[in-house]
Design a protein around this ligand. Structure first.
Ligand code: PEP
Ligand code: MG
Length: 573
């Protein structure tokens, strides 16, 4: 029976594919589609890993210990689980039938077994669930020591894979960059959570906040995601499938048409020139920015370099990453934000201690100032890379003048060290700050005096102005970019920057949302930064707009404070 569920649209487009039900743990392994010719060697890889674990267990059993009988009991149990066809044989079948990589297959099989355990009455047997998980962890570890083949491109007629999960962290989602995931749907999540942001940067349709999608979908079901309307259809009939295939082709056609705007300068009808820059998460995303001829990188979220790993990237590795983006952009500005870890972005290697309210805790610049050595390493890498392009440094989450002073003096310290070591860097490197805490927008003077540019992070500015967790679907309906308080803070920041003669950009999601382009233009915004996939759409809006006319209309709009009236006025712009 087909059924339709509505959630929060977070990444546009249409995806059609087979559901792959996953849990959070499952996502710690890559999800790859194995080329048909590599399937048998992938099965062998799985069997080798199982043999290795069997050998390891034997070694554990032979170790001298005072708890000989307990060790023997658990080793026997784990060996028995390893021999159980339910686990390894069925995982091998998944590799053969679904062409999953071995890690993914074995974890999926574990999920199936563990789900059954939950229904067992006998407490002893139920507790064996942990043993199954431990055995699978051992197999995955053995597999990771012997990486398999690179993911194959999916066949033209093969159906795509759609991930169905209760929740996905940004660290999980960034894994999809290496895999063949066509889209994802989750029970929880908000539209400007970092998970949603990564989905947009991958260009894969996604709908979140569906509440029970993981329970009502079966593995292998056909799923349609309409990431523009926030609709998910499970088990559609042939007529609906055909309708969505047509819609998907029409969208593709539209995207291709937009490519004609690549070489055009982004200027309004009355000649107001706008800079359209790209938001990136990883160095390889610079290629996407170049593809659409972005005017620079307006936001490089460096925290993604720090995720999914046991140790922090050292200076050399960071230098290479920043240098490669600077070089790829060939002289265009590359705005690199210093580490913004905390809230929904976490590190496997430690990071800020878990807090009761992480969005208000030791996040972003607060965390960097608390970890001066780590901060200095990043600043040295950034400065060294600045010898290879036009890098500028962006400090996230500023609220206090002393935070900016401390960050600037850390930059000075890094410069002094590099000078002493005779290492080249850009002496005039520009340093900016993110306006994403209302306090910064309201007391902008103290920041304007200290910084070379400002960038408005509307995602957090809205979150902190309205006290709405941006990642929580339960309050998503209250997350309102058009709230009069939000609009005033944005407009005020743009005006103050203009008066002081320092550039202001918007790099939050509002910058890439065409519903708000004319509003921001009318406020006088000259730099928009967004995911590369949104740049041509926004350029199209700018080419059709008259900045002078919009300025008059927006000035009137900003005097309104009735939500309905504001909405109406924005629609009419
Ligand atoms: C923002 O808050 O708008 C922003 C761009 O930063 P992030 O989304 O990474 O918090
Ligand atoms: Mg932010």
């Amino acid at each position: 029976m087909p059924f339709v569920i509505h959630g929060l649209p977070v990444s546009q487009g249409i995806a059609i594919g087979n559901a792959h039900l996953v849990s959070h743990a499952l996502l710690e392994v890559d999800h790859l589609l194995i080329a048909p010719r590599h399937v048998e060697s992938e099965v062998m890889r799985l069997e080798d890993a199982v043999a290795k674990v069997r050998y390891e267990l034997r070694a554990v059993r032979e170790m001298p210990t005072t708890a000989q009988s307990e060790v023997a009991a658990f080793v026997d149990l784990h060996t028995m689980l390893l021999d159980d066809p339910m686990l390894v044989e069925n995982a091998a079948r998944l590799v053969r039938e679904r062409r999953c990589n071995a890690e993914w297959a074995v974890v999926q099989q574990m999920e199936a077994i563990v789900d059954d355990f939950d229904n067992i009455d006998d407490p002893y047997l139920r507790e064996r669930k942990a043993d199954v998980i431990q055995v699978v962890e051992r197999i995955v570890k053995a597999l990771l020591g012997h990486p398999g083949h690179v993911a194959a491109r999916k066949g033209k007629n093969g159906l795509d894979t759609i991930v169905v999960a209760h929740d996905l962290s940004p660290a999980d989602t960034i894994h999809f960059k290496n895999s063949q995931i066509a889209g994802f749907v989750t029970d929880v999540g908000g539209a400007t959570s970092h998970t949603a942001i990564v989905a947009r940067s991958l260009g894969i349709p996604a709908v979140v906040g569906l509440r029970h999608i993981r329970h009502i979908t079966r593995d292998g079901d056909i799923v349609i995601i309409d990431g523009t309307r926030g609709v998910v259809i499970i088990d559609p009939d042939e007529r609906v499938l055909e309708e969505y295939r047509l819609k998907r082709s029409a969208l593709e056609l539209e995207r291709n048409k937009l490519k004609r705007l690549k070489a055009n300068r982004a200027a309004t009808l009355d000649g107001f020139e706008v800079s359209l820059q790209a938001n990136i998460e990883l160095p390889r995303d610079a290629a996407g920015a170049k593809d659409v001829n972005a005017d620079g990188v307006g936001l490089f979220r460096t925290e993604f370099l720090f995720m999914n790993r046991d140790t922090l990237p050292n200076e050399e590795e960071q230098y290479e990453a920043y240098r490669s983006v600077a070089k790829a952009l060939a002289g265009k500005p590359v705005t690199i934000r210093t580490l913004d870890i905390g809230a929904d972005k976490t590190l496997s290697s430690g990071g800020p201690r878990p807090e009761t309210n992480p969005a208000l805790g030791l996040r972003a610049i607060r965390y960097c100032l608390a970890e001066p050595q780590m901060f200095l390493t990043q600043l040295r890498a950034l400065l060294r890379a600045s010898a290879h392009g036009k890098i500028q440094i962006l400090i996230p989450m500023i609220a206090h003048a002393h935070e900016v002073d401390a960050a600037l003096s850390a930059i000075e310290q890094a410069k002094t060290q590099l000078r002493a070591e005779k290492i080249r860097f850009d002496e005039d490197i520009r340093v900016g700050g993110m306006v994403e805490i209302p306090a910064a927008a309201l007391a902008l003077g103290m920041f304007v005096r200290r910084l070379d540019f400002l960038s408005i992070g509307t995602n957090d500015l809205i979150q902190y102005t309205l006290a709405i967790d941006r990642a929580d679907e339960a309050v998503a309906h209250l997350y309102d970019p058009l709230h009069p308080a939000v609009l005033r803070l944005i407009a005020q920041t743009i005006q103050t920057g203009a008066k002081a003669g320092i550039p202001v950009s918007v790099c939050g999601e509002m910058g890439g949302d065409r519903r708000f382009t004319r509003l921001l233009l009318g406020m006088g915004l000259g730099v928009f930064s967004m995911h590369p996939a949104q740049i041509l759409q926004i350029k199209q809006e700018i080419l059709r707009s008259d900045a002078g006319e919009l300025a008059l209309k927006v000035a009137r709009l900003l005097r309104l404070d009735e939500p309905e009236k504001i909405r109406e006025a924005v629609d009419k712009l």
